[in-house]
Design a protein around this ligand. Structure first.
Ligand code: NDP
Ligand code: 8X3
Length: 253
């Protein structure tokens, strides 16, 4: 039987690439996000090219009621989720702490921490019952170290790191793997979102070096999920060759 993978934030960037990769490798998919049109387009694209089934779920991970309504009422054939990819997330703003925008802070904390928790809370009981499952959390180099003006985003990713460790301990008796993937700079819509639609500022982030691409992270996810039953890849730090730390890059002029 084909595995079922649920991917949050599949409308763009890393989540979208993971969906395409896991479909190519034969998983049936539950893809989620707020932009319903993009979910439908991706569903069609994947189903036109392969034999896998794709279910779309349109919800905002920040709103528990929406998450609960979607995940508690899955059709029977979609209930047994084998792989949960907690990918939905964002950075908003890049300000020193004393000039932080409270609404930006709320968006990051509600999405990256509370949203990840809401989805995990609803998916893991089934995995526990079946004594089987694999959770992939998208963390970041920002979850390993803080960088200038990244304060709250870095804090949310440090929280993801703590939650990955905690999940691994709590779910250990139930044969559930927890993998955390920590990318450096990946060229997606991430910087466009961080800089609130300012394209020139967003493009500047990826100038002068070759960043990672979403497919690189999808390959890392596939590596983790394709290991034998007794192997858990706990933590992967994946950086562009031209990036040493969160802020040290080798850029050509
Ligand atoms: P994108 O902006 O391209 O994609 C983000 C995805 O998250 C979108 O599909 C978006 O869907 C979804 N999302 C955001 N907010 C919500 C919400 N409230 N409810 C539901 N879905 C939401 O960025 P990336 O692909 O780069 O980011 C994916 C993950 O990778 C994030 O967790 C990010 O922190 C992490 N990461 C990214 C890095 C990078 O350099 N790009 C590096 C390290 C980690 P929609 O808007 O349709 O809801
Ligand atoms: C995204 C990478 O370095 O912009 O998590 O925080 S970074």
């Amino acid at each position: 039987m084909k595995k079922i993978a649920l991917i949050t934030g599949a409308t763009s960037g890393i989540g979208r690439a993971i969906a395409v990769k896991l479909a190519k490798e034969g998983c049936n998919l539950i893809i989620t996000g707020r932009r319903a049109d993009r979910l439908s387009e991706l569903q069609k694209e994947i189903q036109d090219k392969s034999e896998v089934k794709v279910l779309t779920l349109n919800f905002d991970v920040r709103v528990y009621k929406e998450v609960e309504d979607s995940l508690s009422n899955l059709p029977k054939e979609w209930k047994d989720i084998d792989i949960l990819v907690n990918n939905a997330g964002l950075a908003v703003g890049l300000n020193p702490i004393h000039q932080g925008v409270v609404d930006d802070w709320e968006r990051m904390i509600d999405t990256n921490v509370k949203g990840l928790l809401y989805v995990t809370r609803l998916v893991t009981p089934g995995m526990v019952e079946r004594k089987s499952g694999h959770i992939i959390n998208l963390c970041s180099i920002a979850g390993k170290d803080s960088y200038a003006n990244g304060n709250v985003y870095c804090a949310t990713k440090h929280a993801v790191d703590a939650l990955s460790k905690g999940m691994r301990i709590d779910l250990l008796p139930y044969n559930i793997k927890v993998t955390q993937i920590c990318p450096g700079a990946v060229e997606t819509e991430f910087s466009l979102v961080r800089f609130k639609g300012d394209e020139s500022r967003a493009n500047q982030v990826y100038k002068g070096f070759t960043p990672l691409f979403a497919d690189d992270i999808a390959n890392a996810v596939f590596y983790a999920v394709s290991q034998p039953t007794h192997v858990d890849i706990q933590d992967m730090l994946v950086m562009p060759t031209a990036q040493a730390t969160g802020t040290i890059f080798h850029k050509e002029a």
